[in-house]
Design a binder for this molecule. Structure first.
Ligand code: NAP
Length: 304
């Protein structure tokens, strides 16, 4: 368990390193069998956050032995051109995973693009087939990396999930909805009673204060305050928000959706932000890529 010895912080970086260790072993075994996992990033335009995110993922690929390639397309690329590239990548047997970095320019329909990626190479877990498999409890698909990361954090921190009251803030397609689908399954490390809150939820604070596990994924800086948290509850902060801070370098800094300083004394285990869910999300992307390569060659990763 990677929990700070003095405080109640879950160390997402340390748990991510554990997962990287497991994934590296799988990648080495796949490479020895002639199938080094290949991951392709597609990035449109020069959005600074997208550049940083893809750069971090590329570095992790290098570190673990995943062969990564990045296609940087101009901002004005048409949907047709992007679909042509995806079709070529789908047909390329050395490419096991395809990641289209969001957000895409407004001229491009994200749903059309995500649905064009082969479900077998959809390591982000956004394709409708994989979304459906997750809902049905079929483990043969790909689960979106961030909710899968939160699930791993809970499991590896020995947080009881079965029969727990879980409150998720946010019903986005990338975090909130798949998170609910994971935790409400009739399965090991699931069987939770899940409440999904959003901007139209009445008495939101009341819902939060009942939670044994509170997961915040709304994108509102430091929204969760101490009086919304049941004493001892596990708190997982997914949000990434940039706020003004004259004392910080560049005059801004990143904070989560949880007011960490106020909530930490009340909560049980809690993720810091940064250093909690973020590094885990990359670890789950790497694991999904190794899985995609293994499935493409009919190898059972668990047998390696
Ligand atoms: P999203 O699709 O925009 O969904 C946001 C959700 O929050 C919506 O359901 C919205 O409600 C709800 N919401 C917004 N303001 C609210 C409020 N004041 N009270 C209650 N609910 C509110 O966002 P997302 O993609 O799920 O991302 C959520 C956050 O997670 C963002 O900060 C994002 O940057 C972060 N994130 C982090 C990682 C990571 O690796 N750490 C990965 C992905 C996302 P409505 O549906 O009613 O509009």
């Amino acid at each position: 368990m990677a929990i700070d010895a003095i405080e109640n912080r879950i160390d997402g970086r340390a748990i991510a390193e554990q997962i990287h260790g497991e994934t590296r072993r799988h990648i080495e075994a796949l490479s020895e069998r002639g199938t080094p996992p290949g991951l392709v990033f597609v990035r449109l335009g020069e959005d600074p956050a997208s550049r940083v995110y893809v750069g971090m993922k590329e570095k992790t690929c290098d570190r673990l032995g995943i062969q990564s390639t990045t296609h940087v397309l101009p901002e004005g690329t048409s949907e047709k051109e992007l679909l042509k590239l995806i079709s070529e990548l789908n047909a390329n047997p050395t490419v096991h995973g395809i990641l289209i970095q969001a957000p895409l320019p407004a001229t491009i329909n994200e749903a059309t693009i995500f649905a064009a990626v082969s479900p077998n190479k959809d390591v982000d877990g956004f394709h409708p087939v994989n979304v459906g498999k997750l809902l049905l409890g079929d483990s043969g698909g790909f689960v979106p990396c961030t909710p899968a990361a939160v699930h791993e954090l809970l499991i590896r921190s020995s947080v009881p999930i079965q029969s727990a009251e879980v409150v998720i803030l946010g019903r986005g397609n990338i975090v909130g909805k798949p998170m609910a689908a994971i935790l409400c399954q009739k399965a090991n490390h699931a069987n939770a009673t899940v409440t999904l809150c959003h901007s139209r939820t009445a008495n939101l604070a009341e819902h939060c204060s009942r939670a044994d596990i509170l997961i915040a994924a709304i994108g509102v800086a430091e929204f969760v305050k101490a009086d919304m948290v049941k004493p001892g509850a596990t708190v997982i902060d997914v949000g990434v928000n940039r706020i003004a801070d004259p004392k910080a370098k560049n005059g801004t800094r990143l904070v989560g959706d949880v007011d960490f300083a106020a909530v930490q004394p009340v909560s049980g285990l809690i993720t810091p932000n940064p250093g909690g869910v973020g590094p885990m999300t990359i670890a789950l992307l790497m694991r999904n890529t190794a899985r995609a390569a293994a499935r493409a060659t009919g190898v059972e990763l668990e047998s390696i």
